[in-house]
Ligand binder design. Sequence first.
Ligand SMILES: [Fe+2]
Ligand SMILES: [Fe+2]
Length: 443
Amino acid sequence: MGKVIEKKIEILVENLEKGMSITCFLDVPQIFKKMDDVTISFLKRINFKKIKIRRFSKTLDILAKDLMPYDEVLEFYPLNPPLVINNQKTIDVFLQYGFKKITALVTETVSNTNGRSLTIVMEETKANLNRIKDNIDNSRKIIDKGYEVLSDMFEQKQISEKHITGAKELARDMVVNISKNSQASMVLSILKDHDEYTFRHCVDVANQVIIVCNFMGDKSEKHLQIISMGGLLHDIGKSMIPKEIINKPGPLSDDEWAIMKKHPTYSAEILSRQGVDDIAIDIAHFHHVKKNGKGYPQKAFSEISDLAKLTAISDVFQALVTKRPYKMTDPPNIALSKIRQWASDDFDERLVDLFIKSFGVYPIGSVVLLNDKRIAFVVGRGDETTRPLVAVVVDENRKFVRNSDFVDLSNPEFNELKIVKPLDHRKIFKEKAAELFMRLELH
Ligand SMILES: [Fe+2]
Ligand SMILES: [Fe+2]
């Protein structure tokens, strides 16, 4: 039993299929920057009622039939009526001309409870995945640059103005990138594969905290940059702690702990000497204060800022999901459930809830084992929090699959399937998880 619905979705031209209709072209390929007769005749063939163009420095809305050589197309208005795709050739022609993004009208028989058929959900997921993939490279570049800037900083005995300027630039790049596509940064932080180093930890904490703040609706770039600075430099005081203590593989002695516990105070001292914003200093100073008073330095939990409390949560989360010489890693949602457990002693429970909500139960990029023995990446949230959208990457015989089966676990069609447990991506894919995620093809 189902009813037919029509839905407008934003997708890439390469994901167009027969039977869909194009309602609007969302980008203007390079070839239309300067009209010639061939491109004019192509545009006339498609039923463009209105096109925004530039002609001799004037901006005009015209019909395709009125195009002239040397006009520059600025924007396409919606097609009326929509253009029905009858064959693959039409799709190929659009691809050849360089169109990338469109809105398409999809007619579907609704089969699931919330009115979204599998095809619609899959198209939306494909479009979202493509947006994430497009942004992952940029996010990776910024994070790698962050590792470079901070590793150099942690090597120095004296933190200079140059280092602070570098960190500020980095904080700005991170914020701009996350406001563009926070999911890409999230996927990278979920699928990280490196061992623990303080400088990496700092970049990851900063990244996580601004993802959460962005999720919570803090859209002020200036504010987010200051928060990011706090995250990036929260452990900078460790540069003052002897290397033997920082790098000691086993547990620390009482004396060593006493020295280690000074690092947040050192961080605050360094940052205030450099004239860094008070909000960032506060984050650095109090990121190890606990609700039960067992943290350090001694300070009433009620007196520290929400941002320092949030950084404390992110600090512990990053420690749990990162490999260290003496411990295995936790998959993200195991780490989140540990944080939930510890919240009554250590954290602000309201902020823990927000932190967990920003991930969802199964964050995009996490790896799960299904009850039919297949292994899948989570690729979207879906309609039910505990039954996300997944893409199968390893079949029941432990073989990698090239074209991933797309499964919407909230769709009744997949009632039999369920997630048995989350898996550590490093155990399954070694250090290749992010690369595999980038190569996902859903079908
Ligand atoms: Fe710390
Ligand atoms: Fe830390």
